[in-house]
Design a protein around this ligand. Structure first.
Ligand code: PRP
Length: 181
């Protein structure tokens, strides 16, 4: 408990839960217009996307399906192309489906690139990306973001699904963690 309290005191709010809620509603309106009648498959990348996914689908209000895939980044010491590990894949057919990837944050872009390669082999009709947060200054590979919530600076952020050492995913605001890079 003491350790948790120490960490909480190091946090400062970057984007409030009200700002997030308003932006999620705007993104939902855009996505609704583009996907109405297409029965899209929203594919969340675990663990980080679970909070965003649950808020977004309840604001979308159109017929859709959801799936989750679990990918994990290795430490920075690995070669970039080998850094992503598939922990849990998906078994549903994707042929002729409109897939919308739901991410909490895009950083180097390696997770999304890995997922594109994985999904392309399953021959969907379309693949697009919606991420709530983006750190473009950290990009290692090019990624096209189709729906973006907020650009964030190159600081260590936690909350709204994003963790530090598995902590702080539950925070409703997006917070900067002081002393981390
Ligand atoms: C984080 C985040 C993204 C990914 C972005 O996931 O949720 O999925 O890193 O980083 P990248 O653009 O550099 O690939 P992480 O691998 O930490 O797993 P988690 O979602 O379980 O926290």
């Amino acid at each position: 408990m003491l350790e948790g309290e120490t960490h909480l005191s190091q946090l400062s709010t970057l984007i409030t839960k009200e700002e997030i809620e308003n932006r999620v509603a705007e993104l939902a309106a855009e996505i609704r217009e583009d996907y109405l009648g297409k029965n899209p498959l929203l594919l969340g990348i675990l663990k980080g996307s679970f909070v965003f996914m649950s808020d977004l689908i309840r604001k979308l209000n159109i017929p859709l399906e959801i799936e989750f895939i679990r990918l994990s980044s290795y430490g920075a010491g690995k070669e970039p192309s080998n850094r992503i590990r598939l922990v849990h894949g998906i078994n549903v057919p994707l042929k002729d489906r409109h897939v919308l990837i739901i991410e909490d944050i895009v950083d180097t872009g390696l997770t999304v690139r890995y997922l594109h390669d994985y999904l392309n082999r399953k021959r969907p009709s379309s693949i697009k990306l919606c991420t709530l947060f983006d750190k473009p200054s950290r990009r290692v590979v090019d990624v096209t973001v189709d729906y973006l919530g907020f650009k964030v600076p190159d600081t260590f952020v936690v909350g709204y699904g994003i963790d530090f050492d598995e902590k702080f995913r539950y925070l409703p605001d997006l917070c900067i963690m002081e002393g981390q890079v």
